[in-house]
Ligand binder design. Structure first.
Ligand code: URP
Ligand code: ZN
Ligand code: ZN
Ligand code: ZN
Length: 479
């Protein structure tokens, strides 16, 4: 038990019975927990995707985040094929900066490959504070890269000290599977899962790990959605690979049986890629692996489309915009399914909701810990309080919630973002633009210590031999 003293947005002291000047605001956290604010590693605020734009923008999305105890999001810049990465980055900053209500950082997607992209990756790392690049193995003809391109990007990531992230699904098999489902007359959301079953995710996960290992590049698998893919990540870690797996709130809190729901609106609301899995033991399994460090961090892939947008695919599941909510509910869902269930303790909760993200993406100890000198991003958590998640009461702009009706023990009562109370007892005190962009340096030690050492000691070397001096056959030139 300790007091936390905050000055100018930073924690200036942690200790027992701190003496502070008269007039200092005191917040009593007796019987509650004081935790580092949550870090959501994976969001897509106002993303234009599949013909429409996600309804939660950087304003509503980050307001919802702080209402749920999250004080930093990591969003993705996704340039179209052929477009400049740096320009896309600048545009995303101009979009986000005036709206964000909590701090944020940016990952960059690499959706095409040539020498200009290679150079731009370097610029982004050196000048723009980006140290993570996401590559898609799915979304054929839109964002997907082939294996040789993945190898080239991974090799460049390793060169510049960045972390390679993958959306791991076999895009060719999805395209074939989708055609097949439609030809069988399966047009509803269940077709979305059936055209890309678990092994389509597991195969791509293994392939990405193999390619990353060949390039000696650290790998981060975003949105691990299936038991099969999670096992691939866990196995690779056991074999010494530098790989991290990110399950998301949706995958930990609900499952793919919803795609078979009789109400189309309900079923379509869960469509995202990779899909949630119909094996209802999946969420518990992913949580077990998260608790045991087989999986490392949690995001949400928050990418929200309202019902009328989902309806673009009412007659064809391939046209349903992919994405679900989560940014507001992640902390509660993980507490409920992880801590309240007895699968993990409070310390592991902190590790998987903030600390590990800050370490992997290289902004620890600025964030992800409560200690002198760290940003005062805190959440006062009441483990005994309960709430029922509902679209009627959530702060997100989207008009439904995939966790509708879930009873959660444990909720944030106060959220503090860089020393400012931004949420207290159900009330928001945010202003658009009050969040800051958090730049990140390359070569995160947590990730790169092992990579660099291996580079030194595990260089392949040739066997020294006497030259062969014997006879050599000659091959007749082909006509
Ligand atoms: O369905 C999803 N995941 N939508 C957002 C884009 C992505 O692949 O992360
Ligand atoms: Zn993805
Ligand atoms: Zn419903
Ligand atoms: Zn995503």
């Amino acid at each position: 038990m300790a007091d936390v003293f905050i000055e100018d947005g930073v924690i200036s002291e942690v200790g027992s019975d701190l003496q502070v000047a008269a007039g200092t605001r005191v917040i009593d956290a007796t019987d509650r927990l004081v935790l580092p604010g949550g870090i959501d590693t994976h969001t897509h605020m106002e993303l234009s995707f599949m013909g429409t734009t996600a309804v939660d923008d950087f304003h509503t999305g980050t307001k919802a985040a702080v209402a749920g105890g999250t004080t930093m999001i990591m969003d993705f810049v996704i340039p179209q094929k052929g477009c400049s990465l740096v320009e896309a980055y600048e545009r995303w900053r101009i979009t986000a900066d005036p709206k964000v209500c909590c701090d944020y950082s940016l990952h960059m997607a690499v959706t095409w490959w040539d020498d200009t992209v290679k150079k731009e990756m370097e610029t982004l790392v050196r000048d723009k504070g980006v140290n993570s690049f996401k590559m898609f193995m799915a979304y054929k003809d839109v964002f997907m890269l082939r294996d040789n391109e993945l190898y080239a990007v991974f090799a460049q990531c390793k060169e510049i000290g960045a972390i390679a992230q993958v959306h791991a699904e076999n895009g060719d098999l999805i395209a074939e599977g989708a055609k097949r489902m439609l030809s069988l007359g399966i047009t509803g959301p269940e077709g979305h899962e059936m055209c890309r079953p678990e092994e389509v995710e597991a195969e791509a996960t293994q392939r990405a790990i193999t390619i990353a290992h060949a390039a000696n590049c650290p790998l981060y698998v975003v949105h691990v959605m299936s038991k099969s893919a999670a096992k691939v990540v866990a196995n690779a870690r056991r074999n010494g690979r530098v790989v991290f797996g990110e399950p998301i709130a949706a995958g930990l809190g609900t499952d793919g049986t919803n795609y078979w729901h009789k109400d189309w609106t309900h079923a379509a609301g869960f469509v995202m890629g990779p899909p949630l899995r119909p094996d209802s033991s999946t969420p518990g399994y992913l949580m077990d692996l998260l608790a045991n460090d087989d999986l490392s961090v949690t995001g949400t892939d928050n990418c929200t489309f309202s019902v009328c947008q989902k309806a673009l695919g009412k007659d064809d599941f391939t046209k349903i915009p992919n994405g679900v909510n989560g940014v507001e509910d992640r902390m509660s869902v993980i507490w409920e399914k992880g801590v309240h269930s007895g699968k993990m303790d409070e310390n592991r909760f902190v590790a998987v909701t903030s600390t590990n993200a800050a370490k992997i993406f290289n902004f620890y100890p600025r964030k992800g810990r409560i200690a002198k000198g760290s940003d005062a991003d805190l959440v006062i958590w009441d483990p005994k309080a309960t709430r029922v998640i509902s679209a009627k009461t959530h702060h997100q702009a989207v008009d439904y919630n995939i966790f509708e009706g879930m009873l959660c023990h444990g909720l944030p009562v106060v959220t503090i973002s860089r020393g400012k109370v931004v949420y207290e007892n159900g009330q928001l005190f945010t202003k658009p633009g009050m969040g800051q962009y958090i730049p990140r340096k390359p070569f995160s030690e947590f990730v790169y210590k092992r990579i660099n050492q291996r580079e030194q000691v595990a260089k392949p070397c040739a066997v020294r031999r006497e030259p062969y001096t014997g006879e050599i056959i000659s091959i007749a030139p082909k006509r």
